[in-house]
Design a protein around this ligand. Structure first.
Ligand code: GLY
Length: 368
């Protein structure tokens, strides 16, 4: 078997490859060389990740005649800010003399979003690559080209569609994640199983312990399957104009409402919030006779055995419903939900009765 698997995102002149391997960081320089992106890599990362991987990345790039400059941003959602953007661009301008710059976003979702946004806007766009270091970023946020920073008024308000030139996933990075970060990524993997890949879901049901033990083959399998689904969906609907990308929002309508109701504090990680959202959406589907009790039960127990929440704690119903009403998934005043009909199959439904949503969410609130 090849050491590095390749999945393509097919978008004509904006096409790129996702490479997935285990302990392959030393070969990064060769992959970058083939792309001919420039001669100076500006690596946006956070201090912890830089300490872990600088010594593996820099020599490979140097060998291929690339200079490197590391720009560190704090390891926090707050780094997706105009301040960090301004400060990073200030540093980039200083080194941008007689060189061809490109950006490497080395980190999780925050670094990927900020690094990609800098690449999109600096001089009207310079090339960038994504090296995602968290499971969530490897299976989701590094692929697809949505890049953004937050404004005080809301998340991702300043953004662009700007595709990377490559995504390089090294599953050995996951060895340095804490369990909660691993689980938050696993929630997205479970999502892929439910929306499009029955085999992936069954693999997780039978092998979740191998994922928790960080077994190489299990990690590579779940990253490959997930990234392939994301790549296929993005290839078919890059800008979310055809309704195909919508299926990626399974669990996100109520999930986002829970996150927003908590003010995006640490109460719920993204994966935890969408886990509850996925169970709620499955319950709504069951109430509407779209999915069987057995399917609902499988979804609920998969999420539960992955150590993810299926109940809401300490968030009032009124707060969730208020933030839910502000959700962007309302199209012309109608709500829109991605509902599972079976494992591996979903349908998009609009105008779900509000009473039903309220009933399902309120039954999930357990304060003890
Ligand atoms: N950057 C994540 C996406 O495009 O979906």
């Amino acid at each position: 078997m090849k050491k590095v698997a390749r999945i393509s995102v097919n978008l004509k002149e904006r096409s790129y490859d996702i490479f997935i391997g285990f302990n392959q960081l030393r070969s990064l320089g060769n992959f970058i060389k083939k792309l001919d992106l420039g001669n100076h890599a500006v690596i946006i990362t956070n201090p912890k990740i830089k300490k872990l991987y600088q010594s593996k990345i820099t020599p490979g790039l140097k060998k291929n005649n690339n200079q490197t400059t590391y720009i560190e941003i704090p390891d926090s959602e707050k780094s997706k800010s105009l301040n960090c953007l301004k400060s990073a661009i200030g540093k980039i301008v200083k080194i941008d003399i007689k060189t061809r710059l490109f950006i490497i976003a080395l980190g999780g979702g925050v670094v990927g979003d900020l690094g990609g946004f800098i690449a999109a806007v600096y001089k009207r766009g310079i090339p960038y690559i994504q090296i995602p270091t968290s499971l969530l970023a490897q299976v989701d946020s590094s692929i697809g080209g949505k890049v953004a920073v937050d404004l005080p008024q809301g998340k991702n308000l300043l953004g662009a569609f700007y595709q990377p030139k490559m995504v390089f996933c090294d599953s050995s990075f996951l060895q340095t994640l804490n369990l909660r970060q691993l689980k938050t990524g696993l929630a997205e993997v479970i999502k892929y199983g439910i929306i499009a890949d029955k085999q992936l879901f069954e693999f997780l049901e039978n092998n979740y312990h191998k994922v928790f033990k960080l077994e190489k083959d299990a990690l590579n399998y779940i990253i490959n399957q997930s990234a392939a689904i994301k790549a296929r969906v993005v290839s078919e609907d890059e800008r979310e104009t055809k309704g195909i990308r919508t299926i990626l929002n399974y669990g996100h309508t109520i999930g986002h409402a829970i996150e927003a109701a908590c003010g995006y504090e640490a109460d719920y990680t993204h994966g935890e919030a969408i886990s509850i959202g996925m169970v709620c959406a499955a319950e709504i589907a069951h109430h509407l006779n779209l999915c069987s009790l057995k399917t609902l039960g499988r979804i609920e127990s998969m999420i539960s055995i992955a150590g993810l929440p299926i109940h809401i704690k300490n968030v009032p119903l009124a707060k969730i419903m208020k933030t839910y009403l502000h959700d962007k998934k309302f199209i012309r005043g109608k709500n829109r939900f991605v509902l599972p009909t079976n494992i591996g199959k979903v349908e998009v439904h609009e105008n779900i009765p509000e009473n039903l949503i309220k009933k399902v969410v309120s039954e999930r609130i357990k304060n003890k």
